[in-house]
Design a protein around this ligand. Sequence first.
Ligand SMILES: [Fe+2]
Ligand SMILES: [Fe+2]
Ligand SMILES: [Fe+2]
Ligand SMILES: [Fe+2]
Length: 442
Amino acid sequence: MTFNPLKEKGMPIEKQLRNWHQIVAKPYKKQKVDCYTRTRQILMNGIEVEGWGFKHQLNRFVPDIECEDRANISRIGRIENQQQMTCNWMCPEDQSVLETTLGYEQVAVDLTAWLAQNEPDKYVKETFDFGLLEDFDHLYRYAQYAYMREGIEPNDIVQGQTDVIVGRPTQHHHNCNGLRLRKHYDKATASPQTKVNILTVLSGEQQTHNFYAEHGFMYGDHVLRETYAEIKDVEEEHVTMYESLIDPSETMFEKLLLHEFTEVCNYYTCLEDEVDDEIKKYWEIFLDIELGHLQMAAEMFKKYEKRDPEEVIGSDIIIPCRFKSQKAYVQKVLEKEVNKRLAPDGKYYNSMDEIPDDWASYPVQERVAEISSPSENCINVVEFYHDRDVVEASENLKNKEASLLEKGLQKKAAASNTVYPDKLQEMIDKHKERKKEKDKII
Ligand SMILES: [Fe+2]
Ligand SMILES: [Fe+2]
Ligand SMILES: [Fe+2]
Ligand SMILES: [Fe+2]
């Protein structure tokens, strides 16, 4: 079935203002919510934050816009602001910061894996695969704290849909800024799918960064606070990386069109996939609202750019956020690319031997971890609680954990508190022995 968003009128802007009761939705129950309802809620909050912020950038930086159009841009921004509250505040008060954090990283893993497999541009796909393995490791690091501090098993949140095991070690995610910059697409030839895919993941990563910025201090545990700081800094790199894929010569009205189209496509997908009937109603209303925004953006694009919106967004809907289990795909990328690193000119090093001694990321990594790496500390600490790290994966993948770590670890610029593969294997073996003893007693 084809659906051409440009042919839909959507809800007129005059009808989009909602009252406080409508804005503040009833939160879901954390014990009952489907994990992919939570990931949709988290992602759509990020999409709305980006949509809201962009309207302000547009009005701040673009001269020569007629008063009525400027007022309409700010009207749309206000509606994005209302939608953002609805999406974000579906989160219940008893869902802890760490539980929500696991939700954020599940978004990053399963969304990026979906996008990588539905990305027509090979280079952009490669970048998605690269970022994927970093968020995959964040999920693993935070899962240790969720267990230690709150007794949360990873599956309480990810519900068996996403593996939780070591990825590319977080201590190696810190790069020279110049290396994070990738090559951008050409706006004239890139497909609408590529543009929507990038804007979707970028919005998610930006909001992950914002969430850690606003919540990382909410625990008293200093090592956990430092871990939030470390991972937040990687999310900042992810924002840099994904935004660098966008052609910077796109005009602001072209970007406005793409933002509204991205919102339409995401709500369209949410509406198709949602299993919670109450939340589905919001996706339906919000799709209608976004179709109204898209109409206005298309009109402004025609007026100021004298171009046809179809040249930019095409004539069909795109599916940017189909949340479903991506374990097989992620495992494949993990085993193949855990040792990949960023190279100059938007290239990659495909193995450790390719990295030169004067790699620009080494001084960054040495500086930030000169005392120790918090994300390594969490594995050192969890040993006292659980004898080994907390993991959720098939036996087959679990058995490969130490060798994955061996492949993913750098020799140079590794922190002094690094957990090396032989140490990890020792922990795993000790856990096995202790489990046998415990089982005898029970
Ligand atoms: Fe919106
Ligand atoms: Fe992450
Ligand atoms: Fe990320
Ligand atoms: Fe919008």
